[in-house]
Ligand binder design. Sequence first.
Ligand code: NAD
Length: 274
Amino acid sequence: MAMSGLFDVTGRTVAITGGGGVLCGGLARYLADCGMRVAVLDLKRLAAEVVADAINEAGGEAVGIEIDVLDRDSVRAASQTCEKALGRIDVLINGAGGNHPDATTGPDKPFFDLATGAFEKVLGLNVLGTVLPCMEFGRPMAERGEGIIVNMASMNAFKPLTRIPAYSAAKSAVKNFTEWLAVHMAKEYSPSIRVNAVAPGFMLTEQNRFLLTDAATGELTPRGRSIIEHTPAGRFGADEDLYGAVHWLLSPASRFVNGICVPVDGGYSAFGGV
Ligand code: NAD
């Protein structure tokens, strides 16, 4: 292989769930800039279309498609719509996910009183919401013997974080499932199918803003301050910070990389706190 092509992803097609959100919306635009054709998938159809429109206006090729990653029929329909619109899907990025305030402990919300439904919702969105797209988008990859999947884990996949038991358990399961599926696809179908994950550190987005900043003043909460103190980079991350790691995992440069979870965390996971 010519070394100049190591990071070339031009002409490949990627489907991104949660593509209407902050991190994956940015990622969708970046991958389109790299020459990829993009299916932007989200529960919020309008949000997906806004991202796809921005890509098309900038000269790229994208479609916005509604999906509910918790509904098998919806995932199957979305995968068929993607193929009709863009042809073969080479890459799946599972970005839909997140935490919920009702599954978060606090001074007036002891762990013992957390609602079962809230716990189930967070586990469902992050775990099943990753598994179902892997089934529907993974099947044609298995049939062709080629494909790339990238899942979205988190820092709490390595060590649970205080206050968010459901989200921590869920992302830990996403990392474990990534390893399982990497081995399953390679051994049962083809070593040319790779499954990896990225574990973003603390990026300030809508799903964690309520934990990291004070809604009234916009100031950092004690938790937000503690995170910055424990992040050697000295700041929260942004969607741009993820682009390089994901690009690498989608490109031939990572062709011998399978079943790993890459921290993109400003050094958070390396720091013992002293
Ligand atoms: P976000 O809330 O901006 O984006 C998530 C998107 O998923 C939203 O557009 C939402 O509409 C969509 N979604 C929700 N439920 C869905 C469903 N059932 N079907 C389809 N789409 C659905 O969140 P974000 O911060 O951009 O996070 C993106 C991913 O990165 C998530 O998996 C999140 O858990 C993970 N992550 C985020 C951080 C962070 O600090 N922001 C850190 C680690 C991991």
